[in-house]
Design a protein around this ligand. Sequence first.
Ligand code: GUN
Ligand code: ZN
Length: 454
Amino acid sequence: MNRQASAEMSQKLFRAKLLTPEGTGRPAPGSGFWRLYDDGALVIDTNGRIVSVGDYADLAREHSEAEKIDLSDKFIVPGFIDAHVHLPQYPAIGLYGRELLDWLNAYIFPAEKEFTPKVADSLSPIFFDRLLAYGVTTAAIYTSVRADSTWKVFEWAERKGIRAIIGKVMMDRNVPDYLREDTRTSIAESDQLCKAWHGQDDDRLLYAFTPRFAPSCSQELLDKVGALARERGAYVQTHLSENSGEIKWVKQLFPESRNYTDVYARAGLLGPKTLLAHAIHIDQDEQRALLAAEACLVHCPTSNLFLKSGLMHLAELLQMRHRVGLGSDVAGGPTLSPFSLMQAAIYVHNARCLPLANSGFDVTPGLVLYLATLGGARALGLGRTTGSLEPGKDADFVVLDLSSFDQSLANRGEGEVDKLLSRLVFLSDDRNVEQTYVRGRLCYERQQRNSAKR
Ligand code: GUN
Ligand code: ZN
């Protein structure tokens, strides 16, 4: 057998309907940005990389030796990206009624106190399985202040196969004694974790220095994180301008800063690898500074509604060309579902779009699906690795059963892809997720208890 034949024999060819973003920009309404292969094929190699994407008839001929997996009545879409979520808060999910600072004190700090290594060991597999069951293949995750528990989270992420950016929370003031860290210890433990885990498994696991938010961090802590993250080439993740009470507090704590964003700018924390959750109440000066820094803004629409924080200016920020991802912010948000996130992003835009009615900018299903996939990947700096079905990228994808609402394949005409995107976003949930693959590895398979049809 020649070498090419043996290489092809170890390839896998998935026959399915493929839906993937194509193009370098961002989808505009009716732009044809999403490409549908009605009878498509996705070919991957043994390293979990995508080799070819195209029509089945062509690729079946070109890769005649590949192992065939027939999913012809299913859809394959790129894996979803949750750009902001708190693992230790999962047991405190769904507790409605309080605003941010009150909610942190009442529910969240106590939950994070409970996050011992033993709890991390039992909670992490459940949490990762849930994310994968929702089709999430990449997540940016906060743990708690505990380094030992964070180590467990990394080990579970490694085992479960999910792609993750993970960081130990850092806080050295204005939090209950039982969570408050000594500044130097916080830095030293975070750096140890970064050295051990950043770049593991060929960059599937990455580290984010995670100063929780300005009020819980001293100037010294913020300054040191800025310098260290740059030195290590690691991420920084934190919260920005989420709640009006929080913003007032930041003004009092950092009187020399022009605004909330300036607190992070002065500490050298802003850059392309900085993930800032919420950014709801930022003014134009802040928007410009964040744009210049190429920082990633994470829109958390379900959380922003759940905690009554406000309505982020998604349309304006996208028009300015900010890099934006979507985040569930569990337990600030009441669900890990990327479908709920995409729907909420549209509803929030609609709730505040009247002044923009003639701007020509709409937040469409194609756009929010982009933010949950390729847009999110680009915002996290992972656009060359994941986010779409493209040769050379890792095979991070979800198999969806959309038979409950998919149109007959015959006569797909003008506008059919938009209808499909609309139904995918508004009618799907985890019951439609059949399988989730990260880097070609099957990480989740749905048990056929309930039918996806309803
Ligand atoms: N601000 C500081 N900590 C948190 C948190 O855990 N969740 C949210 N939503 N905002 C925060
Ligand atoms: Zn958060």
